[in-house]
Design a protein around this ligand. Sequence first.
Ligand SMILES: C[S@@+](CC[C@H](N)C(=O)[O-])C[C@H]1O[C@@H](n2cnc3c(N)ncnc32)[C@H](O)[C@@H]1O
Length: 244
Amino acid sequence: MDLLKKFNKEKSVNNERLSTETNIKDVSLEWLAKTYRYRYPYNFSWLGVPIIQYPQDIMAMQEIIWSVQPDLIIETGIAHGGSLLFYASMLELLGGDRRVIGVDINLKKHNRDIIEAHPHSQRISMVEGSSSSEQVFKEVEYLARGRKKILVCLDSSHAHAHVLKELELYSPFVSQGSYLVVFDTLVEILPDTFFEKRSWSKGDNPYSAVQEFLKTNTDFEVDTKIDQKLLITANPQGYLKRIN
Ligand SMILES: C[S@@+](CC[C@H](N)C(=O)[O-])C[C@H]1O[C@@H](n2cnc3c(N)ncnc32)[C@H](O)[C@@H]1O
């Protein structure tokens, strides 16, 4: 066995063992709950622009992007633009004709200006409007024409009906072997008091939307290996791999 194969084998064995460690899931969840209270995912930036994510999830996205080598990444939910720029910079590293489409219902001028002035902005197209609207969907469809390997990331409104609609609209873009990543499924597990000013809550969030989507859609399955190794993630059962 070559050294890299041996290294990867040991890694899987260790992850399997770690997943059976007493209380490891509870401890990880307790850590997530405590840090979320202080808006921990707001602590980071990508190439100078705020990215609202746990670093573990960004590492998982880096691994996915490298393995899929997409020629298009679609992201709903831009906020400041850090994640959009993360995707653009990863595609810049891969080289060639690869693009990112970002959608946001409220694209603030100063965020748009920062994204447009960024060195990797030439790979980015931004669409303003609700990702579940027909008009926005048609615009994304137009921008995505001719693209073959597509990765989709849903990180806009976290209400069940909205995410389910996004799953229905955007899942057909995802190419076989690529991913449909549904962010913030963690809402299902955290106490509702964390989201008092938001419309989402237990049973009405990205996790519940994923569960409903998977009841009728057999083209996707949860990549449980990603959850297993991350332990700390905002997206438990949110990494969906297209298998058919
Ligand atoms: C959690 S933030 C996105 C964070 C960003 N992806 C990052 O990693 O830094 C959610 C964003 O979704 C946008 N949003 C909310 N409802 C939306 C909708 N219906 N359609 C599109 N964007 C929406 C908000 O304006 C906000 O900027």
